[in-house]
Design a binder for this molecule. Structure first.
Ligand code: FEO
Ligand code: CA
Ligand code: CA
Length: 685
């Protein structure tokens, strides 16, 4: 079919290229609402000095050794002293980034570099169990969906199965559903009860065994014993200071600790103890009638829980989604979720000691001393960056006792929020002009908010708020301590070789708008539509860090972009960085969402060390209308989750805007795809 005109992508304030349909179902129309952070950011100095007096600020950690996702996912080199395989000369690409860059395009295809091959691993509706029916677009049922791969895949993880060479668990988030594209003749105002049940069943997570094959990167799903679907109705246990509090007890759950379901699961992380973390992000979009519930302290509003019906209309069949009837239910979402994929009968956990916010994901870093640190972003315009430093260490081994202990690591520790200051505040004018010493740089401080002890006793570190209040209304706690308002913090990822931490700040079209917070050195552009990537040099367990901007994204030909000083004529355009991953060589990989340069979203490698630091190359692009999610990069494979292919404002089953992945006249289906180098070669080498 002929390419669709660009006009089909609505531009909100002339900025990002996200379809209005995506806004409605994915993020509760965050683009159209006022950003919910209206705090004035007060007395930072007072808080720090009082904490110093109480001796709560620890000394910095020393050397680092990653035991995080990269080492779990791939048998990578163990060069823990330097920056991985760095290039030796300006003329040679960094190891792992030697591939022909894919040009920007608007194709309805997964476009990969020459010399590479691809396969679709799993599509929405594919059966996960022997007794699951084959997918039939026109005969969907909730019973079938409960046994099939869910919709709109986001984060993905690949865990090797011990003792079974070339066998893996693939774990995937299903962030949201889009009724108008899933069902023929869908009535947005009155979806049927069965359609509501199907969309609830299509949310959550999938665990599925996949088998590789020698000589290629192909992955074939199998009906394995670990296969599992977690949905919007699966039972979870809420742990930490929020559990059992007056804010989390409901009519249906007097314990305040037994929560049904997870949804809006965006990015995530792999823990060194073999579990999966998943961030509950835009949960506000699932709750109706926020204006009809009492909200004297602005707690609903601060999380964007506002008036009217929801896009999915779940409130019609399940009153817990109606805030007028059950105001506390929303307080049971917005957490970091932990799933033990090795036990399909296990009850997944929501860790409230890590705070309640629109968690993009959670990324674990383990220091040389064995301290466990988790980093997380609150993906909203003008919201904050957080970390959690556990009091517990990883118990080695894969036995039941070790797992029992390790599943409590994220229940005891200290939650911090970040405050950043710039080195050149007087030179930041909103234009994106690089300060005089050729870099956006500065210092930062982690401000403690909440300390949860190993005995479960929690202590608020924010004046005027109880521990339960900080755990449940974390955004308001962070407002009080003057945290820095960022341009939508998405994924964090720590470099397994250097320990430096990277943060994708995707965009913020409200930055320095009339009446809105102005620019600062970490968020240096007005009406920021292309985003930036921040590099933190953090001592992980301590409270001080330094930072610099690695990339200021956009068209390399534009004056307001910056690629760590690398020659801008030699990089790929990149816009709206979202998910981050490391390859086994220490290169950063970035996937994008909402490319404001009006071509398809993609996946990029970025060189971090040596003379080609800042070199940014597009490895693949996803089909039109789609967003690139869940990147996994190993020696042998690049895996991406292709989310919402063909989603735009005209898309219906009778008028599909994409036919990926099945081609012909088929309906678009969100899917996981794998890419590998021909003849079994190593990625980027
Ligand atoms: Fe689901 Fe922050 O993107
Ligand atoms: Ca994201
Ligand atoms: Ca995303």
């Amino acid at each position: 079919m002929s390419p669709k005109p660009l006009a089909l992508f609505v531009t909100h304030d002339g900025q990002s290229a996200r379809a209005a349909l995506t806004c409605e179902y994915k993020c509760g129309n965050a683009c159209f609402h006022e950003p919910p952070n209206t705090s004035d950011g007060a007395y930072f100095g007072d808080i720090v000095s009082s904490l110093n007096r109480r001796g709560l600020i620890k000394g910095g950690a020393a050397a680092v050794l990653a035991v995080g996702a990269a080492s779990v996912l791939a048998a990578c080199g163990d060069d823990s002293s330097g920056g991985g395989d760095t290039p030796t000369a300006a003329g040679t690409p960094a190891t792992g980034t030697d591939f022909p860059a894919v040009a920007p395009n608007k194709d309805d295809a997964l476009v990969i570099p020459e010399g590479y091959e691809q396969q679709v691993v799993l599509r929405w509706g594919d059966p996960l169990f022997a007794d699951a029916p084959a997918f039939d677009f026109d005969k969907q049922t909730a019973a079938a969906q409960l046994k099939q791969f869910g919709y709109n895949n986001d984060f993905a993880a690949l865990l090797p199965i011990e003792g079974q060479p070339n066998s893996f668990l693939l774990v995937v988030n299903h962030e949201y559903t889009t009724g108008p594209m899933m069902f023929r003749g869908y009535d947005k105002d009155k979806p049927s009860d069965e359609q509501i049940a199907i969309t609830k069943a299509a949310h959550g997570l999938t665990v599925v065994e996949v088998k590789g094959e020698a000589g290629s990167g192909k992955l074939t799903p199998v009906f394995g014993k670990y296969n599992r679907r977690i949905t919007a109705d699966t039972e979870f246990v809420l742990t930490g200071p929020a559990a059992g509090s007056e804010f989390t007890r409901t009519g249906a759950d007097s314990s305040g600790a037994k929560v049904l379901g997870t949804f809006a699961n965006c990015a995530g992380g792999v823990t060194p103890w073999g579990t999966i973390l998943s961030g509950e992000e835009n949960f506000n979009g699932y709750f109706a009638n926020g204006d009809k519930a009492d909200d004297p302290k602005g707690r609903l509003k601060r999380y964007g829980l506002t008036e009217g019906t929801t896009a999915n209309r779940w409130e019609r069949t399940d009153k817990r989604f109606d805030l007028a009837q059950e105001a506390n239910e929303a307080n049971r979402f917005g957490y970091v979720v932990e799933v033990n994929p090795w036990d399909p009968a296990s009850t997944p956990i929501k860790h409230s000691a890590m705070g309640r916010l629109k968690h993009e994901g959670a990324s674990i870093y383990v220091t040389a001393a064995g301290d466990v640190v988790s980093y997380t972003g609150d993906d909203e315009k003008f919201d904050y960056m957080y970390k959690f430093v556990s009091k517990r260490k990883v118990q080695p081994g894969t036995g039941a006792a070790a797992m029992r202990h390790n599943l409590t690591i994220l229940d005891a520790g200290t939650l911090y929020v970040a405050k950043l200051t710039g080195d050149h505040a007087d030179q930041i004018d909103g234009s994106g002009k690089v300060p005089s010493d050729q870099g956006f740089t500065g210092k930062g401080q982690w401000i403690p908010l909440l300390e949860t002890g190993e005995d479960g006793q929690a202590k608020s570190l924010v004046e005027g708020l109880s521990a339960a209040e900080v755990a449940v209304f974390t955004r308001q706690a962070a407002d009080k301590v003057g945290a820095t308002k960022m341009d939508r913090p998405e994924d964090f990822e720590a470099n397994p070789f250097t320990g430096k931490v990277y943060v994708a700040l995707t965009n913020n079209d409200n930055r320095a708008k009339d009446g809105k917070p102005g620019v600062d050195e970490a968020n240096p552009r007005k009406l920021n539509k292309n985003g930036q990537v921040l590099e933190l040099t953090d001592n992980h367990t301590g409270t001080d860090f330094t930072w610099s901007l690695l990339l200021v994204c956009g068209d390399p030909a534009a004056a307001d972009t910056y690629f760590a000083g690398f020659d801008k004529s030699k990089v790929s355009p990149i816009s709206c960085p979202d998910n981050l991953a490391f390859d086994p060589h220490g290169n950063l990989w970035i996937s994008t969402d909402g490319n404001a340069l009006k071509t398809n979203d993609g996946l990029f490698s970025v060189t971090l060390d040596g003379p080609r630091r800042g070199e940014t190359k597009q490895f693949l692009t996803v089909p039109k209308g789609a967003e690139t999610c869940g990147p996994i990069v190993t020696e042998q494979r690049v895996i991406v989750a292709v989310q919402h292919p063909g989603e735009d404002d005209e898309a219906t089953p009778d008028n599909p805007q994409s036919h990926w992945p099945d081609g012909g006249t088929s309906q678009p289906r969100p899917a996981i795809a794998v890419v590998w180098k021909q003849n079994g070669g190593r990625i980027g080498i």
